[in-house]
Design a protein. Structure first.
Length: 562
C-alpha cells in the first residue's frame, strides 16, 4: 500500500481542497485526478502517481493541505512504476533530469545567451519563454494580462493558460518593461516557446532568475549555480505574491462578447457549470465573478443558479413566456404609483405559479336554492341561535359531503407526478376579501362540525382576517377551497385552483329565474357555481358528477343530515 502525497504547490501552504474526484474502492489510472485544490492564482488537480485501487481518502472538501501531506492511500498494481509517483511528489533526483533534457536544454540556452549579453547590473532585452508545463504541450492561452510598454514587477502575471486539468499563470521572470507580446488569447503554446520580450534590470549578474522559485523536477546540475527556472507543474505555479497591480487587458468587465473559454475559471468550476448547464459568460454578466482579477468561483455559479431559480414568476418564471414590455404611461397623462400590499404580492406570485403549472378546466352548473334560502331565513328569524346563518356554511358542509364520496377531490398530486396523496381529513378554505387583499382561512375538521359550528368558525375567521389578526396556522392545511362572490355580484367566473389542491368552487350571485316545473313556469332562486379543477387528476366526467351531487345536497338540505 502506497501513499499519495501533495506535490510542490509553488510555495503555498494550507491550500483548500475544493473537490474530491474519487471514492474509496475506486480503480484509478496513473495521472487520474484524486483531489482538486485551489489557491488565489490557480486551480490544480493532484494526480494519482500510479494505477491502482484507492484504499482510503485522508481529506475532505474544505480541508487545507500543504506539500507532502498524505491525501489518500492506494493499493498499486504489481507493475505500477514508482518513478511516476516520485515525479509527482516533486522529489528531485539526479537521474530524473534525463527525461526532460529537451526542455531543460532549451531554457538553459536562452538563459546563457541572455547572461552573456547583459553584463552585471545592466538593463537588457530578454526573451519571455514558456516554462515547464508539467508535461503538457499546445496549452491554450485564455488570457493575456499585459500589454506592450507596461512596467511589470518580478512574478507579475503575463499569461493565463488552461489545460484540461489546471489553470495556470505564467509570471514575469524579472522586473522591467514589456517590449513585445507574440501571442493572443486562443493561441497554443508549449514549453520553451518565446511569447515576447522584456527589457529587464538584472539584480546582480544580469541572470534570468527567480530566487524564491521551487521546482518540482530535477535540474541539470551544471546549471544549478547560475539559475533557478520558473516552473509550473500539474497546475501549480510559483505564486508567492499576489500582483493586483497587473491589469488584465483581455478580460472585459462584463460577460458579453466573449466565449466561455475566455472566462477566467478553473476546471472544477467549469465542470460544475457543465453539470448545471450554465454558461460562464452568463454567470459573469448576471451575478459577476468574485475571485481575484474577476475569476469565476464555484460560489458564483451557485449564486447564478439560485438567481435564475428565484426570478420573479412575473417574468419568465420557467414558462418561456417573455414579460410584458414596460410602458411609460406618463406620456399619455398624469399617473400615480401605489405599492401592492405584502399579501397582494404573495398572492400574485402564488396564483401565477398555479396558473402556469396546472392544466385548468372549469365545470359550470346552476343550483336551485329556493327551499334552502327559505329555510335559512326562517332559522334566522326565529332567533333560536346566536349565530346568523348565511349560505356559505351550507356550501362548506355540502362540499365536505361530496369530498367523502369522491376522495379524488380531497387529494394532491405528489411532486413526482406519479402518485396521488389522498387526505383523510376535511379542511376547507374559505376566501375572505380584506383591505390588504384576498385571504383564505381554513375551517378545520368540517366532518365533525354542524352547519351552525361552521357558520361560527367562518364568522370568526372573517373578522380576524379583516382586522389583520389571523394566525399563520389558520391559513394552512386546506384540502379544497371555496371562493364566494355572491354578496358582491356577477353571474359566473373561473377561479384559479389553489395548489397543491386539485379543485376550487366558485360561487356567484343567486338570481330569480323562471323554471319550468309541474307544467308551469315558476320563479326560483338559482345559484350559479363554477368548479375549476386540475385536469391531471380529475377528468370531466368526475367533475360533472361532483357538481351534480352538490346540487342534490343543496336543493334538498335534508340530505346534509344523512
Amino acid at each position: 500500500m502506497d501513499e499519495i502525497r501533495v506535490p510542490d504547490l509553488g510555495g503555498f501552504e494550507g491550500v483548500e481542497v475544493i473537490e474530491i474526484s474519487v471514492s474509496s474502492g475506486d480503480k484509478v489510472e496513473q495521472d487520474d485526478a484524486i483531489i482538486v485544490v485551489e489557491t488565489d492564482k490557480a486551480t490544480m488537480e493532484i494526480p494519482a502517481p500510479m494505477a491502482g485501487e484507492i484504499i482510503e481518502l485522508k481529506v475532505k472538501e474544505g480541508d487545507k493541505v500543504s506539500e507532502g501531506d498524505v491525501v489518500a492511500t492506494i493499493n498499486a498494481g504489481a507493475n505500477a512504476g514508482s518513478d511516476a509517483g516520485d515525479h509527482t511528489a516533486g522529489d528531485e533526483t539526479p537521474d530524473s533530469s534525463s527525461a526532460d533534457d529537451g526542455g531543460q536544454d532549451q531554457t538553459t540556452e536562452v538563459v546563457s545567451d541572455t547572461t552573456s549579453q547583459s553584463g552585471v547590473g545592466s538593463a537588457t532585452e530578454q526573451p519571455l519563454v514558456v516554462p515547464d508545463l508539467g508535461g503538457f504541450s499546445d496549452v491554450e492561452v485564455i488570457e493575456v494580462s499585459v500589454e506592450v510598454g507596461q512596467q511589470v514587477a518580478e512574478e507579475d502575471t503575463l499569461l493565463v493558460l488552461e489545460t484540461d486539468k489546471a489553470t495556470m499563470e505564467i509570471p514575469a521572470p524579472a522586473e522591467g518593461e514589456i517590449l513585445s507580446i507574440k501571442v493572443k488569447a486562443g493561441d497554443k503554446v508549449s514549453e520553451g516557446d518565446v511569447i515576447g520580450a522584456i527589457k529587464s534590470v538584472s539584480v546582480a549578474t544580469g541572470e534570468f532568475s527567480n530566487k524564491d522559485d521551487k521546482t518540482s523536477g530535477a535540474e541539470d546540475s551544471s546549471q544549478q549555480n547560475s539559475e533557478e527556472k520558473v516552473k509550473v507543474q500539474g497546475g501549480s505555479a510559483d505564486t508567492s505574491k499576489d500582483k493586483a497591480s497587473a491589469p488584465r487587458q483581455s478580460v472585459p468587465q462584463t460577460g458579453h462578447g466573449r466565449s466561455d473559454k475566455t472566462v477566467y475559471a478553473g476546471p472544477a468550476v467549469r465542470k460544475l457549470a457543465r453539470e448545471f448547464g450554465v454558461s460562464l459568460n452568463e454567470v459573469v454578466a448576471t451575478t459577476g465573478a468574485s475571485g481575484p482579477r474577476e475569476r469565476v468561483l464555484q460560489e458564483d455559479v451557485q449564486n447564478y443558479v439560485k438567481h435564475r431559480l428565484n426570478e420573479a414568476p412575473t417574468t419568465k418564471g420557467g414558462s418561456g413566456i417573455e414579460p410584458i414590455p414596460e410602458v411609460d404611461f406618463s406620456r399619455f397623462g398624469n399617473v400615480r404609483h401605489e405599492a401592492l400590499s405584502r399579501i397582494q404580492k404573495i398572492s400574485a406570485q402564488h396564483l401565477h405559479r398555479c396558473w402556469l403549472n396546472i392544466p385548468h378546466v372549469t365545470q359550470f352548473d346552476e343550483i336551485d336554492i329556493t327551499d334552502l334560502e327559505d329555510f335559512r331565513k326562517s332559522v334566522n328569524q326565529q332567533g333560536t341561535y346566536e349565530t346568523k346563518l348565511t349560505l356559505l356554511p351550507f356550501l362548506v358542509k355540502a362540499v365536505q359531503k361530496v369530498l367523502v364520496e369522491m376522495p379524488r377531490f380531497n387529494a394532491s398530486l405528489a411532486p413526482d407526478g406519479e402518485t396521488l396523496i389522498v387526505k383523510e381529513y376535511y379542511h376547507i378554505g374559505v376566501a375572505v376579501d380584506t383591505d390588504q387583499g384576498l385571504m383564505v382561512p381554513v375551517v378545520k375538521n368540517v366532518d365533525t362540525k354542524s352547519v351552525l359550528n361552521i357558520a361560527a368558525d367562518c364568522m370568526q375567521y372573517a373578522q380576524q382576517a379583516r382586522a389583520g389578526k389571523l394566525k399563520p396556522d389558520a391559513l394552512q392545511g386546506s384540502c379544497f377551497s371555496i371562493s364566494s362572490l355572491g354578496g358582491i355580484g356577477g353571474t359566473q367566473f373561473t377561479p384559479i385552483v389553489n395548489a397543491p389542491e386539485v379543485a376550487i368552487l366558485g360561487v356567484s350571485k343567486a338570481a330569480i329565474k323562471p323554471i319550468w316545473q309541474e307544467g308551469e313556469w315558476q320563479p326560483r332562486l338559482i345559484l350559479p357555481v363554477a368548479l375549476s379543477y386540475d385536469h391531471r387528476v380529475i377528468d370531466g366526467v368526475l367533475a360533472a358528477k361532483f357538481t351534480t351531487r352538490l346540487k342534490q345536497l343543496l336543493e334538498d338540505s335534508r340530505h346534509l343530515l344523512l
